[in-house]
Design a protein around this ligand. Structure first.
Ligand code: NAG
Ligand code: NAG
Ligand code: NAG
Ligand code: NAG
Ligand code: NAG
Ligand code: NAG
Length: 172
């Protein structure tokens, strides 16, 4: 009895942690990568970005690079006052705020189309695998959101949420 309940408890923690923590890696340009002559507006319009997703730029190192700029930098293709820059050729950037991000290529490549802006949304979508999971994970997301405001890590939040479910199911 206790051990099967414990099993359910750990399974629940695992499932809710997986549902809460899952993040997508958005590969800029998909198989075209980060190169001149690609319409990245079309690429960005075809994806939905959520907080804690990754955006990754794949390109030939030493040939191109990536700058994070503000809207002025994006509109005018200027890297002055850039927020960040990356040069590895395989750059993973965490989108950790719900806001619009702007990335451009340096050395004038922005004028050749190497510019992308993405709007990052606050909450991940509820998983659609089953109605029950959707319900429990959307509550998990609410707990996660509260936890994030309190500065807790996703795993701590998942454990607390799992413990609440554990006590809840014992009371019933
Ligand atoms: C990219 O495609 C969008 C939508 O069709 C279009 O509005 C935009 O002008 C294109 N951008 C470039 C640089 O061609
Ligand atoms: C949009 O996404 C779908 C599915 O991932 C893909 O098949 C399609 O080619 C994409 N279109 C563009 C313009 O990237
Ligand atoms: C682009 O730069 C020009 C001056 O070079 C400036 O007047 C304009 O406001 C800038 N664009 C944006 C969107 O700020
Ligand atoms: C973008 O940054 C530049 C340089 O720091 C600044 O002059 C400009 O006002 C900023 N634009 C916006 C829209 O914040
Ligand atoms: C790139 O970012 C680093 C800090 O991470 C900064 O020291 C450097 O000046 C930046 N380079 C350019 C060209 O903006
Ligand atoms: C999920 O929640 C909705 C209302 O929020 C409820 O109508 C539905 O029955 C719930 N589904 C399950 C499987 O609990």
């Amino acid at each position: 009895m206790a051990s099967s309940a414990q099993f359910c408890f750990f399974l629940f923690i695992f499932v809710s942690a997986a549902a809460v923590v899952s993040a997508t890696d958005h590969i800029v340009g998909a198989n075209k990568g980060w190169n001149p002559g690609v319409n990245y507006t079309l690429w960005a319009n075809n994806q939905t970005f959520y907080v804690d997703d990754l955006i990754s730029f794949r390109y030939q190192k030493n040939m191109y690079n990536v700058f994070e700029v503000n809207q002025t930098g994006y509109d005018n293709c200027t890297t002055e006052g850039a927020v960040g820059n990356w040069t590895s050729g395989k750059d993973f950037i965490t989108l950790n705020e719900a806001k619009r991000y702007y990335f451009i290529g340096g050395n004038g490549q922005c004028f050749n189309g190497m510019k992308v802006s993405v709007l990052v949304h606050a909450l991940p979508p509820p998983p659609s695998s089953s109605a029950a999971l959707a319900n429990s994970s959307s509550s998990a997301q609410r707990v996660h959101e509260v936890g994030r405001l309190m500065g807790l890590s996703a795993n701590v939040v998942a454990a607390v949420f799992g413990a609440l479910m554990w006590f809840g199911s014992n009371l019933i």
